[in-house]
Design a protein around this ligand. Structure first.
Ligand code: HEM
Ligand SMILES: [Cu+2]
Length: 508
């Protein structure tokens, strides 16, 4: 069963198509392009921090621009569109429908991404991915800042359109013989993350609009000089973006729910707890946004409420980990490349979660807030779990998309190097935070511990960089020249790979 590139087709046929596998392919290719673009900026940042003093990036302003675009790109132009790629391919198939519910809307949602990406990259704004006022309204130079705001606005609309499509496809278009309790967990992950998007994004859309009118000088929502309150922006921002971290992680967990039972040759240990944990996470995700704001002068009671609200998410995440381990327990595990990425991702999920609990404890957070600890924490999630799950899944779907097999040895080398690199970079950043190194700095004093830790982190990043070059070479070479895959069972784990559906979903 080959989904996509079975017969070579002119590129414009794919570009103007609204079929879910074609739109999925567009999402896939553009998100991977942004992975490499955003990743190169990360290497530049790490090279700069290898030693105190200016290394390769001329000045602090350029540095700020680089890391703003790095973060914005990898979160909004890689992780989220990558998830949409997977959702586009699999959700209609899993719910046994011919396409997404609204195919044209689906293509439009994709086509909003390239212009948004262009605005973000051509603008090269400098105010970090928070766009925190008052800086972002008073001094951030235009048009960069305005281009970033417009870019994010477009991406927000695109996410909302995509989410509506997933919700309707799953709830209304699933095959009548299939109850919602039979929908595979990967599709459930899209249902829950889409519902979070629909609740969270409008808040940020409003905040962006207020930010823009503030910048134009016609309002003063967040401008203290006009009686506004920058902390109000922080609330609106985190009300969206704390839940948004679950939008990022839930599809990656859904992908692991595909990979782990397959390569353990056992059914998932508990489907019901998987569904329950997705739904629970999407609800409790909204009870914790102010844990990003312990240092803004909230009352003790408020902080306690948000600390408890944050900890409520822990059992829900732990349920997934338990479910994965229980599935692997006594399984006949085959460690092909996708399985290695998934298992590595779980291990890092566990470590990152432990760091999250430390952050959530507000007295501890006072020592780590705005240090490299936080950078280490969230990167362990975004790289160690979300990117690992996504890359593992990319290897998993590769034979179905291209009809060919990737090179297994290169895939494994890619995994091992990335795993080692990830541990070196992000564990070290936690330690750097404990040594007091603030985040978002271009230069630092020559404190021996800081230098040593930064060097380890930079070496780790370079290892990841090399592994990504191997990955790219493998993908390009294998999609043209790789050996033909047995699409019934490309990984030789036995059993049919797919859900009950016939040949290619019909075009219409
Ligand atoms: C599910 C995956 C998770 C992701 C993707 C994630 C992502 C993030 C991000 C992006 C930030 C930093 C925001 C910034 O300042 O730029 C952050 C900070 C934080 N995270 Fe997580 N997180 C996750 C899970 C958790 C969990 C499970 C907890 C708690 C149990 C947690 C607690 C915190 C806290 C308290 C902070 C704020 C730290 C500070 O600024 O002082 N996170 N996380
Ligand atoms: Cu949070």
């Amino acid at each position: 069963m080959v989904l996509e590139l079975q017969k070579p087709r002119p590129i414009w046929q794919i570009m103007f198509s609204t079929h879910h596998t074609d739109v999925g392919l567009l999402y896939l290719i553009s998100s991977l392009a942004f992975l490499f673009l955003g990743g190169s900026l990360a290497l530049a940042i790490r090279a700069e921090l290898f030693l105190p003093g200016a290394q390769i990036i001329g000045d602090a302003m350029t540095f700020n621009r680089i890391f703003t675009v790095h973060g914005t790109t990898l979160i909004f132009l890689f992780i989220i569109p990558f998830a949409s790629a997977v959702g586009n391919y699999y959700v209609p198939i899993m719910v046994r429908y011919k396409d997404m519910a609204y195919p044209k809307l689906n293509a439009i949602a994709f086509w909003m991404i390239p212009p948004a990406g262009a605005l973000i990259w051509l603008g090269f704004a400098d105010f970090t991915w928070y766009a925190t006022p008052p800086y972002s309204i008073i001094s951030a130079p235009g048009p960069a800042a305005d281009m970033w705001i417009f870019g994010l606005k477009i991406l927000g609309i695109s996410s909302v359109l995509g989410a509506i499509n997933f919700v309707v496809t799953i709830l209304k278009c699933k095959h009548p013989d299939m109850s919602i309790g039979q929908v595979p967990l990967l599709a459930w992950s899209f249902l829950s993350s889409s519902l979070i998007i629909l609740v969270a994004i409008p808040t940020f859309a409003a905040a962006l609009l207020m930010l823009l009118t503030d910048r134009l000088g016609v309002s003063g929502f967040f401008n203290p000089a006009m009686g506004g309150d920058p902390i109000a922006y922080a609330h609106l921002f985190w009300f969206t973006f704390h839940p948004e971290v679950y939008v990022l992680v839930i599809p990656a967990i859904g992908m692991m729910y595909e990979i782990i039972p397959r390569f353990s040759r056992k059914p998932i240990y508990s489907y019901n707890s998987g569904v329950f944990a997705f739904v629970l996470l999407s609800i409790v995700g909204f009870s914790s946004w102010a844990h990003h704001m312990y240092a803004t002068g909230m009352s003790f009671t408020e902080k306690t409420v948000f600390m408890v609200g944050t900890l409520a998410a822990v059992p829900a995440s732990a349920m997934h980990v338990f479910n994965f381990v229980a599935t692997m327990w006594n399984g006949r595990i085959k460690f092909s490349t996708p399985m290695m990425w998934a298992v590595g991702g779980i291990a890092l999920f566990f470590s990152a979660g432990a760091g999250g609990v430390a952050n959530a404890a507000m007295p501890l957070d006072f020592t780590t807030h705005d240090t490299y600890w936080v950078v280490g924490h969230f990167h362990l999630f975004v790289m160690g779990t979300i990117a690992f799950g996504s890359i593992g899944f990319l290897y998993y779907m590769f034979p179905y998309v291209t009809g060919r097999m990737y090179n297994e040895t290169m895939g494994k080398i890619h995994f091992i190097m990335s795993f080692v690199g990830t541990v070196l970079v992000f564990f070290t950043q936690h330690v750097l935070g404990l040594y007091g190194m603030p985040r978002r700095i271009f230069d630092y004093p020559p404190i021996p511990e800081w230098i040593a830790m930064n060097q380890i982190a930079t070496v780790g990043a370079m290892i990841i960089g090399v592994s990504m070059a191997i990955f790219l070479a493998n993908m390009i070479y294998s999609s043209g020249k790789g050996k033909l895959a047995n699409t019934e069972d490309p990984f030789g784990v036995g059993g049919k790979y797919y859900y009950p559906f016939e040949a290619k979903n019909p075009s219409h």
